[in-house]
Design a protein around this ligand. Structure first.
Ligand code: ZN
Length: 193
């Protein structure tokens, strides 16, 4: 049947979108939809974004001029990317303590990653806008987890990136909730500091 493949693809895509929409509408569920990074990167640039791990610990951003040791692992930019997380309105989130040193994906600021892969626009306000504290205008891509208690997370954890103001980012004891933006980056293999 001519065109059947296109029609089938459309049906499957439609059903998949409907399922995601239904799951996202469930207030008790946090839904992560797996995606692949959309940013098209030239190979040379891509190599510069790979992260090298030695004995399970982050060593450095891949350096083509360097000799690495047997057993060193090179992780591609995608290895830390899981997809897009959908929060319910008002869902409580908390800081990941000690996340400043988490190596970025592709050397890209976390907030730029959120803008490029999740929202399609640069954020203008804090995700937790004036929740528990008055926000400032300096926005960062903050590592967060679900819940009300800020925690340090072990390597390999799944964490999320949302745009939050530096006040919320720096005060681990202040409560946060997703009220302005409900969609964030879902990361796997969090490396921490
Ligand atoms: Zn804020």
């Amino acid at each position: 049947m001519p065109g059947a493949a296109v029609v089938m693809k459309g049906i499957v895509r439609g059903a998949s979108d409907a399922l995601i929409a239904a799951l996202v509408a469930e207030p008790q569920l946090t839904v992560v939809v797996r995606t692949t990074l959309t940013g098209e990167l030239p190979m040379e640039h891509y190599l510069q974004l790979c992260r090298v791990f030695r004995k399970g610990e982050f060593l450095e951003i891949y350096d083509q001029t360097r000799q690495y040791e047997v057993g060193d692992e090179v992780h591609t930019p995608d290895s830390a990317w899981d997809g897009v997380v959908y929060m319910s309105f008002g869902e409580r989130i908390a800081n990941v303590i000690g996340s400043t040193g988490d190596p970025t994906i592709g050397g890209m600021w976390w907030i730029r990653l959120w803008a490029g892969e999740v929202s399609g626009f640069y954020p203008s306000v804090c995700t937790s806008q004036n929740y528990g504290v008055t926000c400032d205008t300096n926005l960062v891509g903050g590592h967060v987890i679900e819940g009300t208690i800020a925690m340090s997370m072990p390597p390999g954890s799944k964490v999320y990136i949302f745009p939050i103001c530096s006040t919320h980012n720096n005060k681990d004891y202040v409560n946060m909730a997703a009220v302005t933006y409900l969609e964030g980056c879902a990361l796997k293999n969090y490396m921490g500091t």
